[in-house]
Design a protein around this ligand. Structure first.
Ligand code: PMP
Length: 398
């Protein structure tokens, strides 16, 4: 049988991260590669209690198909959570529950763009967003970042130039807190600027905030959605509960959530009912707030360990910025070593990372890499950075 695949496949690329996941589980390899929460943060005992209670009390409904928009009680709990954490004012009807925020990215791309349309992203940006947009044949126009997040002057210039060519971007996609992959946070002043640009040119903003609650230092910066109700906000339970239950959500103007609802009827009918019942209790019982405190304490130590290791071992060969939260440090080598080509040597030396190119919407970032500090232990972080140093040195000598 000869299968004739659609031309959408021309845009899709296998993710280096998925490939690397194979090695992450091998005992001798120290993985800085995945974006995985540490399993020590999974609240297994509390989840077990909740799961038993859910099955006892609401088993019939929790094991049944649910509403496409999501469980009402979960959307009600999220209203309180979003107000308390991000200062977001919304109603349950403004929320639609998704199968992780990854599904939200795919849905928003599909609903707001025709094939060939363009969107603005940070450069570098989240590899999963690149996959979701590629799968919808969307062009990405990356805007560079500095220590304060995306450079808004360049963003405005890019928007202006695209609009003048009749190719207005369909939305601006940003990860303002502890961005994946750079770890950088967009300043409040720049968030205000983004809102001004968006409203001046009539371009929607998509704010993706999976890491916002994982802050280890510095002051919280208000979410863009809390400053402007027209923003499409994406949230997830992956970093404050578990990624395995696959729960995310969109907060957006009603006309957007209605369209997502329509698309979800084609994608999966509804998000996992059982997960939604569990998450409802997880918020209602206040466990989510305890868990966030626990994760922050654990991850702060890991971040500090990685920063120290990088300063000691790689201070003479790389630039990196210290993230105030999240899961990643972005490292750019001073020499001309290609991190993608170096990866195989790194794996042989027992350490993995994701090379910069995976996060490049328009190419480049050959000398950068993303290091995850939440998965390995502090000891492994030191050892992994030492291994990286020697791999870089031996590559540089070739
Ligand atoms: N957006 C960003 C920026 C992410 O880093 C991730 C996961 N690492 C996601 C979205 C997807 O998260 P999930 O589907 O697990 O909710």
């Amino acid at each position: 049988m000869k299968f004739n695949f659609s031309s959408y496949l021309d845009f899709m690329r296998p993710s280096e991260i998925r490939e690397l996941a194979k090695y992450a589980t091998s005992k001798d390899i120290i993985s800085f590669g995945g974006g995985m929460p540490n399993p020590a943060t999974f609240p297994k005992d509390r989840l077990k209690e909740i799961m038993v209670d859910v099955l006892d009390r609401d088993g019939d409904a929790a094991l049944q198909y649910g509403n496409t928009a999501g469980l009402n009680s979960l959307r009600e709990e999220l209203v309180g959570f979003l107000k308390r954490t991000e200062g977001i004012d919304c109603a349950p009807e403004d929320i639609i529950i998704t199968s992780g925020s990854q599904q939200a990215l795919y849905a928003i791309g599909k609903l707001l763009c025709n094939p060939g349309d363009g969107v603005i992203t940070e450069d570098p940006t989240y590899v999963g967003a690149i996959s979701a947009f590629n799968a919808n044949a969307i062009r990405m126009h990356g805007v560079p970042m500095d220590g304060q997040g995306v450079v808004v002057d360049v963003l405005e210039e890019k928007v202006r130039s695209l609009v003048s060519k009749g190719k207005a971007p369909r939305f601006i996609y940003l990860i303002p807190n502890f961005q994946n992959p750079t770890g950088r946070t967009l300043t409040e002043k720049r968030r205000q600027e983004v809102i001004r640009i968006a409203s001046e040119y009539g371009i929607p903003v998509v704010e993706d905030n999976p890491y916002g609650e994982l802050r280890y230092s510095g002051e919280r910066v208000r979410s863009i959605r809390s400053l402007d109700g027209s923003v499409i906000y994406l949230g997830t339970f992956s970093k404050v509960m578990t990624p395995g239950l696959r729960l995310g959500y969109i907060v957006a103007p009603r006309e957007v959530t209605e369209k997502v609802n329509l698309l979800k009827q084609a994608l999966d009918l509804a998000t996992n009912s059982f997960s939604q019942y569990v998450a409802t209790e997880y918020i209602r019982r206040g466990i989510i707030y305890e868990q966030i405190r626990f994760n922050v304490e654990l991850y702060r130590k890991r971040r500090d360990a990685m920063v120290r290791a990088l300063r000691e071992e790689m201070g003479d060969m790389a630039d990196f910025s210290v993230p105030d939260g999240g899961m990643f440090i972005w490292v750019t080598l001073n020499n001309s070593v290609d991190t993608s080509r170096m990866l195989i040597d790194a794996i042989k030396a027992g350490v993995t990372y994701v090379s910069g190119q995976a996060f490049a919407p328009n190419g480049g970032h050959e000398h950068s890499m993303r290091l995850n500090f939440t998965f390995p232990s502090e000891e492994k972080i030191y050892e992994g950075v030492r291994r990286l140093r020697s791999v870089i040195l031996s590559r540089a000598q070739e």
